[in-house]
Design a protein around this ligand. Structure first.
Ligand SMILES: NC(=O)C1=CN([C@@H]2O[C@H](COP(=O)(O)OP(=O)(O)OC[C@H]3O[C@@H](n4cnc5c(N)ncnc54)[C@H](OP(=O)(O)O)[C@@H]3O)[C@@H](O)[C@H]2O)C=CC1
Ligand SMILES: O=C(O)CCC(=O)C(=O)O
Length: 438
């Protein structure tokens, strides 16, 4: 099987220790998500009943996952699947493996998936899943056993028309292949539509692995253009060098942007003349980290967020731009590759400083758009060409960018407030039409 990423396990001996970057002062992702919804619900004139219905997840499942470790010991892990809303179609969203996963985090991520799918008009509700574990501490065999057992435990609520998973932090196409196999065995036949982001040879879509990054770059280019900044020669800093950050860096560099800094969990690197992203990719494949890349200087990881650049792309975790550092952000544009990287308090500060923030539910929607294309291809048993996938992705991203900007201008809103209101109104409309909220 071809893997999009190097192995998730077994840290290289050259890797330094993990540093928790820029997390001081972060608020809870769920508080942020709920506050965004509350603002939209108030602006749309919703009563308390409707607001509460939209605020509460439709279904939540917490599962216990016993794992026999390779050394024979037994460990018990906890996993979650939250289906926030299913009014517009099957629940859809990624599966995260991280030691920081909590039920509240998964609830927030599931809610953002609902708004993202509605905003981009893909016929899904929103969901997210997670297992509290650090994948680097487990062998491939252990990760396979955990994934299969988690899938078995959540079988009652998943299905290709019920809830479809995809990769997120710490998971990849191999994880999706294990889920697909476990689910298919339970059904007695192959069910490719149970997951997206799976390997091409199992029915994955051309263009899915890089879709989130491509979408981020479509929005970044549109945002730069809107401020009259040429992409060619613009400067960018990217936090996170995983599935989203790495290809975003590559595509930006291919467009002529100067990617001056990138980071991962181990630290950050900087080169004012621009990093050689292709050489950096080779370094990361060998060592497992951006740290130690010879043609760059080391940088305090938190300082990456405060560099004087045209474009900042947070592509790692939630809450990294917060009340404590928002006033120090010098980027003119933030394009949220990650989900929830900017806290509510930070949003207000950035707006007052004139920083243009392209919100997560718009900026990183390329992944779920091509997941939708992958699911359609599975349902049709027909593979699309890469150029069709990419043209349709671009068309949807730019249409959503235009709609959000138009709404923001018409109502004097930030892009996040505009995007959230548009999405919440679409979800409510689905409820109304179905008669669930007469
Ligand atoms: N994959 C997808 O299709 C989509 C992902 N997203 C969102 O994008 C974000 C990244 O996801 P993805 O790229 O898939 O995940 P990956 O696991 O592939 O990569 C995550 C990256 O973030 C780095 N990282 C983690 N914590 C920190 C930190 N505190 N400071 C700096 N870097 C950090 C990791 O470092 P290291 O390499 O050292 O582990 C890694 O480089 C998440 O918010 C996810 O929800 C959104 C839409 C779709
Ligand atoms: O591709 C998908 O289905 C969802 C990706 C995801 O988890 C996200 O957009 O946050």
């Amino acid at each position: 099987m071809t893997l999009a990423q190097p192995s998730l396990t077994q840290p290289s001996p050259t890797q330094p220790a993990v540093v928790q970057t820029g997390l001081t002062g972060r608020t809870s992702a769920l508080d942020d998500a709920q506050a965004q919804l509350a603002e939209a619900a108030a602006a749309l004139g919703y009563d308390e009943g409707l607001h509460t219905m939209l605020a509460k997840p439709r279904r939540e499942l917490t599962v216990t996952i016993p794992l026999r470790r390779d050394d024979g010991s037994m460990q018990v892990l906890t996993g979650y699947r939250v289906q926030h809303n299913i009014s517009r179609g099957p629940a859809k969203g990624g599966l995260r493996y991280s030691p920081h996963v909590t039920l509240d985090e998964v609830r927030a991520l599931a809610m953002w998936m609902t708004w993202k799918c509605a905003l981009l008009d893909v016929p899904y509700g929103g969901a997210k899943g997670g297992i509290a574990l650090d994948p680097r501490q487990y062998s491939i065999g252990e990760l396979e056993r955990v994934t299969r057992r988690y899938t078995s435990e959540i079988l009652p609520i998943i299905g290709p028309q019920q809830d479809i998973q995809a990769p997120d932090i710490g998971t990849d196409e191999r994880t999706m292949a294990w889920i697909m196999d476990t689910y298919s065995v339970s059904q007695g036949h192959t069910v490719p539509g149970i997951v997206t982001g799976k390997p091409l040879s199992l029915g994955g879509s051309l263009g899915r692995a890089s879709a989130t990054s491509r979408g981020v770059v479509h929005i970044a280019k549109a945002a730069l253009h809107s401020l009259g900044i040429r992409v060619d020669g613009s400067t960018a800093a990217i936090q996170g060098f995983g599935k989203v950050g790495r290809d975003a860096a590559r595509f930006l560099a291919d467009e002529g942007a100067r990617v001056v800094a990138v980071s991962d969990q181990y630290g950050a690197i900087h080169r004012a003349a621009g990093l050689d992203i292709h050489a950096l990719g080779a370094h990361v494949d060998t060592t497992g980290s951006v740290v130690g890349f010879g043609s760059a200087d080391e940088l305090e990881a938190a300082d990456l967020l405060e560099l004087d650049v045209d474009l900042l792309v947070p592509a790692a975790v939630e809450g990294v731009i917060h009340e404590g550092n928002a006033a120090s952000i010098r980027a003119r544009i933030i394009v949220e590759g990650a989900n929830g990287p900017t806290s509510r308090a930070a949003d207000a500060i950035l707006a007052s400083h004139g920083v243009l923030v392209a919100p997560d539910i718009l900026a990183n929607a390329g992944g779920v758009i091509v997941s939708y294309f992958e699911w359609v291809q599975a349902n049709q048993s027909y593979r699309w060409q890469a150029r069709d996938v990419e043209a349709r992705l671009e068309e949807r991203m730019l249409a959503a960018w235009a709609a959000v900007n138009e709404h923001a201008r018409a109502h004097e809103l930030t892009l996040r407030a505009a995007a959230t209101r548009l999405a919440v109104a679409r979800v409510t409309e689905a409820h109304r039409l179905r008669g669930l909220y007469p």
